[in-house]
Design a protein around this ligand. Structure first.
Ligand SMILES: [Zn+2]
Length: 293
């Protein structure tokens, strides 16, 4: 099913690229610059009609507009490196002008929001934006050797993926990336719900007494494990008690993310953590929840 970020206002699809990919494969974000002063739709139409094989997942205009040029579950051909692009979301960003390669403020703002949205939705991106200039040599070497790079960061430059044949995304974008990543990470942290913090804590505790659904740890474990995660997430304090009858399972229910909660007789509030009353919830119960967000 075509996946488009809620940050985009529309789509103008050019189905060129490496074809379908599992969204859980997405591990990099590659911001480009257009070398042009365009709106998102103008840029997407340019791609569509330029007669070339290139494509891009998103275009962001100088006015902050955002258009999907190829769905997220399809690899685009944007970065002179089909292999890396297959595992990346590529984003074309407007410049201030065709000769002034600074990023307009509104373009930057939308880029930040799109990055926040992608990192929230793809656990494979690692939970935060990391730009590490020292990845350059490994990305260039991997290109030469025809393999995927092992990077410390999840933001790559076209300059690297092309093997040095372009200066894209331009010096201003490169200079801005540390601040862009810091702002993305600040927003990611600020928007975490209790559920997110609890899931992070479970994943960090990682003793195997939980399993993954939709790439996130679900709260399957004994009450002590649950208690540890709650303390770690700052939801309860050490020594504080919580209700988990008969030492059984802590069940997470996030009504913003899951449409159908099997134990609907409970009165769930958005973002609540619900404790099942000694009722053991098996993994197959959890996977029957439907993802809506
Ligand atoms: Zn580029």
């Amino acid at each position: 099913m075509p996946i488009i970020s809620k940050v985009a206002q529309g789509e103008c699809i050019k189905q060129k690229g490496s074809g379908y990919r599992s969204p859980s494969d997405i591990r990099w974000i590659i911001p480009h610059h257009m070398v042009a002063h365009w709106t998102a739709m103008f840029a997407a139409k340019y791609f569509l009609n330029n007669g070339l094989d290139n494509s891009v997942n998103y275009c962001i205009g100088y006015d902050g507009s955002c258009v999907c040029g190829l769905w997220e579950d399809y690899g685009a051909w944007t970065s002179s490196n089909a292999l890396v692009d297959h595992y990346s979301v590529t984003i074309e960003c407007s410049d201030t002008s065709a000769t002034n390669y600074t990023i307009p403020e509104m373009t930057k703002e939308t880029l930040i929001e799109l990055m926040v949205d992608l990192i929230q939705r793809y656990p494979s991106l690692g939970g935060k934006a990391v730009f590490d200039p020292s990845d350059a040599s490994e990305v260039m070497l991997a290109k030469k050797e025809g393999r995927l790079p092992n990077t410390k960061g999840n933001i790559l430059l076209h300059k690297w993926t092309s093997g040095g044949t372009t200066s894209c995304p331009g010096q201003d974008m490169i200079d801005n990336l540390p601040a862009i990543c810091a702002e993305v990470n600040r927003r990611l942290e600020a928007r975490k719900t209790k559920i997110d913090k609890y899931m992070d804590a479970l994943a960090e505790l990682g003793d195997g007494r939980y399993h993954y659904y939709d790439g996130k740890a679900m709260g399957i474990g004994c009450s002590e494990y649950t208690r540890l995660a709650l303390v770690k997430a700052g939801i309860i304090k050490e020594g504080e008690t919580f209700h988990a009858a008969s030492g059984n399972v802590g069940v997470l229910a996030d009504t913003t993310r899951f449409k159908k909660i099997p134990w609907s007789s409970n009165n769930l509030e958005r973002g609540d953590i619900m404790w099942s009353n000694g009722h053991h919830v098996a993994p197959h119960d959890v996977t029957s929840l439907k993802v809506i967000g």
